[in-house]
Write a protein that binds this ligand. Sequence first.
Ligand SMILES: Cc1cc2nc3c(=O)[nH]c(=O)nc-3n(C[C@H](O)[C@H](O)[C@H](O)COP(=O)(O)O)c2cc1C
Length: 355
Amino acid sequence: MSFLWEKLLRPAAFAFEAEHAHDLGIRALKHGLARAFYVEDPAFGLNPFELFGLRFANPLGIAAGFDKNGMVLEPLARLGFGFIEAGTVTLRPQPGNPKPRMFRLPEDRALINRLGFNNLGAAALVANIRENQRRCVIGINIGKNKDVPNEEAVEAFAKTFEVVHPVADYIAINVSSPNTPGLRDLQRSDAFEPLVAELQARNRELGRKPLLVKIAPDLDDAGIKEITDICIDAGIDGMIATNTTVARRALRTPDVEQIGDGGLSGAPLFDRSNDVIRTVFRHSGGRMPIIGVGGVFTANDAFAKISAGASLIQAYTGFVYGGPAFAKEIVTGLGKILRERGFADVRSAVGCEAL
Ligand SMILES: Cc1cc2nc3c(=O)[nH]c(=O)nc-3n(C[C@H](O)[C@H](O)[C@H](O)COP(=O)(O)O)c2cc1C
């Protein structure tokens, strides 16, 4: 980790309340204040590769929620991320839950958030993406407004899908955030099947783009297998495992219950998200491409997710703690690990320890 970040910038950022620090970080990125950390070549010596018909300079992406409104896509790409998942975006703008709603747990290298899809709405995101220079793959993660009941979720998702479709390289269906009441119920087969069927129908009408599904780590094994089967049957292109967890197991932070509800991310999620990746990989016989996310702080963590079955990696919390050199450190380190272990590229290592 760079000295400047660890000794100076991070303590300064962490002196602010967590969401305020995030907003300052977005502003700093937007104004080019991270320019000193920009990289020349985001491949970092790895071979670029194709997945979902898209070309990725490297396998590390920024997870959904960091740049909900597509404000800083270009600076993030310049820091070396191979792809960015913007959103979650909803059809209409909404303010999200009352503050405070984002908390650091430094003893656990974790965050808890209950933001509740605060975002400027799908149209604003599309406008922002059009204004930004495109420097890497841009996925868009879609959800539903809080005031939309689950009986109307299919139409709400479908309309949002139509708005973002023209500018998205891929679209991710978010049925796994814990902070929109009832959203996770859409993972159940009776609600999930009609949802993906409708989105695939619109996808065919509008011109096929990769459609992915992001799942929760709090599903049991049977639930993971069931949703994987539905995704395979519906021709879903990939699964993103996982979103944040509502579990609070073995945390070092004292009195964590005082923080209240929300999704836990970071190191405490690492093992569980790897288990989910492995389950999807095994159950699909390696046929379902997986984006592995949850608790990646080091190149070894990224490799663990690849060996469990992930073809691509995302991070959010690790970037918050690791700072602007994060992508460079992870991808460079990953290249080294691959070489040491005799893998020619990322693809040949996918799932090597899953079976
Ligand atoms: C503050 C915060 C906001 C998030 N917002 C979203 C979101 O809007 N949509 C989503 O699908 N995931 C969201 N996530 C979940 C992340 O995309 C990711 O799945 C999760 O944090 C696990 O990865 P990590 O341990 O690297 O943070 C959010 C996470 C955090 C910490």
